[in-house]
Ligand binder design. Structure first.
Ligand SMILES: [Zn+2]
Length: 321
């Protein structure tokens, strides 16, 4: 129940109900309206500034998520650059050094970087960060492509080197265990059968008949036949202009045209042809010229074993062929 105010009326000498009217009523109404309006404005302002609409809240959350994801992308791009540079370092300073290849020039690595990036820059003009990062990722992609090509070339180089290493005569044709004596007469010597000085272009490995004889490098059997002077002899053509010959064999383990691997048995020690005792006569040729076979035994000998071999070989006895 609304309260009623009373006011004393000196004319009627009575208390009468008091009501606001006229100018006072208008002023009071205006003040009330102004205060209400001000309060509403303050509330609205506070709401929009500190609370925001539901849409704004969702947008702010999305914005935050995008910022986090963007930072993640930037970090990942930087990490990819760092990883790529580690690969480039290994490429230039390790692999190419080992393979005797020139490092790639910076100009080769940068070749076509600008040209390969075609961007509608107008579309990105309001998004400089996007443009910058997109360009950075495109450059990265281009550099990765170049590095992939470089590694493909390295792979080809390694395959060539492996083939060259596998082809090169690099072991003894007879195991040290089977070897009874090495006759290291290389050059002119007095021939035991013809009794005159003649060239001797190989090494003689004295060993019992039937001792296995090994191919000293990968290659193809060019000939396996009986020769009056060499007896049963095997010729092997290796890649990169090397050739080896194995003479005075008692028997063959390969035939003409066979592909052989280093260490494969190709025949057995014997005393066929112009020979005075059971032994293997071994020759190495490079570009058709005889070279000293002792220089091609490093692979399966330690320094100590190699020195021993030289010492044994230096104690010359009667030639065997
Ligand atoms: Zn000989």
């Amino acid at each position: 129940m609304a309260r009623i105010k009373y006011q004393y009326n000196p004319d009627t000498l009575r208390y009468e109900p008091w009501r606001l009217k006229g100018k006072s009523l208008r002023i009071r109404t205006l003040v009330l309206f102004s205060v209400s309006l001000s309060l509403a404005l303050v509330a609205y302002s506070f709401y929009t500034q500190y609370v925001g609409s539901i849409d704004e809240i969702i947008l702010k959350q999305k914005n935050h998520t995008l910022k986090v994801e963007w930072q993640f992308l930037q970090d990942r791009t930087e990490k990819a650059y760092a990883e790529l540079h580690q690969l480039i370092e290994k490429d230039d300073n390790n692999y190419r050094v080992i393979l005797d290849a020139e490092p790639l020039q910076p100009s080769e690595r940068q070749a076509g970087v600008g040209g390969s990036i075609k961007l509608d820059t107008e579309a990105f003009q309001n998004f400089p960060m996007v443009l910058q990062n997109y360009t950075s990722v495109e450059k990265l992609k281009h550099q990765v492509d170049i590095e992939v090509q470089s590694y493909d070339k390295l792979k080809d180089m390694i395959e060539d080197k492996l083939e060259a290493w596998a082809s090169r005569p690099a072991i003894q044709p007879i195991s040290n265990k089977e070897l009874s004596k090495l006759h290291m007469t290389y050059g002119t010597r007095f021939h035991p059968i013809f009794h005159k000085y003649m060239a001797h272009n190989g090494l003689d490995f004295a060993a019992p008949k039937g001792t296995p004889v090994y191919a000293t490098g990968d290659g193809k059997v060019a000939m396996a036949y009986f020769s009056g002077s060499y007896g049963n002899v095997v010729y092997i053509n290796h890649h990169y202009n090397f050739e080896t010959r194995y003479a005075h064999l008692s028997a063959f383990a390969v035939k003409e045209g066979d592909q052989v691997k280093r260490g494969q048995v190709i025949g057995y020690v014997g005393n066929t042809g112009n020979s005075v005792a059971s032994h293997l006569h071994y020759e190495v040729l490079f570009k058709g010229q005889h070279v000293h076979p002792i220089n091609f035994f490093q692979r399966d000998l330690s320094n100590k074993e190699y020195q021993k071999l030289i010492e044994v070989g230096s104690q010359q006895e009667h030639p065997l062929d």
